[in-house]
Ligand binder design. Sequence first.
Ligand code: ACO
Length: 422
Amino acid sequence: MPDTITITDDRTGKTITVPIQGGVFPAAAVRELDPALFIYDPAYMQTAACKSSITYLDGDAGILRYRGYPIEQLAEKSTYLEVAYLLLNGELPTAEQLVKWKHDVTHHTFIHENMRKRFVDGFHYDAHPMGMLVSSIAALGTFYDDAKDITSKESRDKQILRLIAKSPTLAAMCYRFSVGQPFVYPDNNLSFPANFLNMMWKVGDYEIDPRLERAMDVLFILHADHEQNCGTTAMRVVGSSHADPYTSAAAAASALYGPLHGGANEAVVRMLADIGSIENVPAFIEEVKSGSGSRLMGFGHRVYKNFDPRATIIKKTAYDVFEVTGKNPLLDIALKLEETALSDPYFVDRKLYPNVDFYSGLIYQALGFPVAMFTVLFAIPRTVGWLAHWQELLGDKDQKISRPRQWYTGPEPRNYLALGDR
Ligand code: ACO
């Protein structure tokens, strides 16, 4: 069987045959048939907009790999900072490289005092921390004029380091502001996840339980990248205009904020709280199936149509955390929902399974995070994924400024009508 595809334009009889490589054929073939012919593909369901060697995802088989390494192995054996290095550089660091990388990240965690005193203090007292984070990421870029120099590798590496190191600091700062607590400065003696927990929770003496530190790190690993999702696509689209990486990352974080994307874990906890008790689960499932508009949040995925491997790891992590914190009272409702949905033809036929957000919210809540912080917790580790893709984009000779075409469905040409004639 030849690995080619032949397309015939029946209007002209013109035929073109092009190779299929890795399940993909170039859209340039369509251009060759007729430069005015476009493919209508809302939400890019069938379109590969780039080549990427960062993350491999097979939704049917439930496979997720970073640079070839299975997510299960990384979640069990690695650390977030090691994974960040891997995503950015393509290989796991050597012992020496890891020491340097950890040192570099640790020594870029502080932010300019004006960010806190003038910028963050300007928010309304009840500002949503994710809204604050999105704008803080963009504002951070204004402190680094060299960030605009995206053609220099040295400058790119510096901004990457800054963004990875400062994202937990910004996140914790937004939280502390929202609850009116004084800001806790980064502690260079702590690990990446422990430093974040410390900046979040330290009031007087604060001891970090190593099991919770590890759980935080595992959650960071699981959320570090997920190939061309909505947020990463936003990063690539804005980055393709050669905007600086802070502005591009702020766009990516904005996309993540939406309830169909990173906002889903927040929606899951709200949904579980609304359901209230196990007895109400069947009625809720019926409501979802009735097409009333309610969705079973934390279920379904654009790509995973079998299971989300991250959800399996997260469920286990949830139990590790509950051993320390005590069980989240919403867990029983979640388990009942999962059991009911997985045996209901509505969900089975549509291949709807728990996604990464179904259990992550319960863990975050058990760790003490308010619901409004959940998407922020997603944004911290995803920053490295955005940056790995940004870096890849800038080095990709095939790429240009993102500029999709449209299918115009508006009025035909018509003459301007004077106000009195309308
Ligand atoms: N609950 C109930 N029905 C659902 C759900 C759900 N969670 N998800 C999809 N469906 C149904 C749709 O109504 C549709 O049914 P139909 O064929 O009868 O019209 C069918 O399943 C296909 O759904 P689509 O919306 O076409 O699937 P799509 O791939 O566009 O959506 C998405 C994926 C957005 C994740 C969706 O499943 C959803 O809204 N889930 C809930 C929100 C969520 O958990 N988001 C987190 C995703 S993971 C992440 O971003 C990190």
